[in-house]
Ligand binder design. Structure first.
Ligand code: SME
Length: 140
């Protein structure tokens, strides 16, 4: 049976819905700011291939750069990035949207990988930023 109340369950459900409904969202997950270590992220609920990147330091990869700069990153072609952590050779593009608490501190992020090149447009960005804001209001 499902629990629609706790944070981890809701993050998992959102990952499942996004991965199921949007054909070019091929890996969908959350990284959360590590509460036991400064300036690092830990892998939270996700849907898709398992990744070896379960911990990411701020500044490392697309996820770490989104965390340290507190901005949404859209990468149309990951093969052109040098600060990038590969999870799957199938991944061609990525979007990372930060989640903030009420004080503007980063608490986590939504990370989506696509097998298509340059699929993420302004609608994806606005939609995912709206989800990040709702989650923030609910849980942080
Ligand atoms: N590609 C990310 C790492 C996380 S995986 O995509 C799930 C990055 O460069 O930070």
């Amino acid at each position: 049976d499902k629990n629609y109340n706790d944070k981890q369950s809701i993050l998992k459900l959102i990952s499942q819905l996004l991965a199921e409904r949007i054909p070019y969202y091929n890996w969908v997950g959350f990284y959360l700011v590590d509460e036991t270590e400064d300036n690092s992220l830990v892998l939270g609920p996700f849907v898709g291939e398992p990744t070896e990147h379960t911990k990411i330091k701020f500044g490392q990869g697309i996820c770490g750069q989104a965390a340290s700069t507190k901005t949404t990153f859209v990468v149309d072609d990951v093969s052109k990035e040098d600060n990038y952590l590969s999870c799957s050779p199938k991944t061609q593009s990525e979007i990372v949207v930060p989640i903030f608490d009420k004080n503007g501190n980063i608490v986590g992020e939504i990370d989506i990988d696509s097998h298509e090149k340059a699929p993420f447009d302004q609608d994806d960005r606005s939609f995912l930023e709206a989800i990040a804001k709702l989650l923030s209001e609910r849980f942080w």
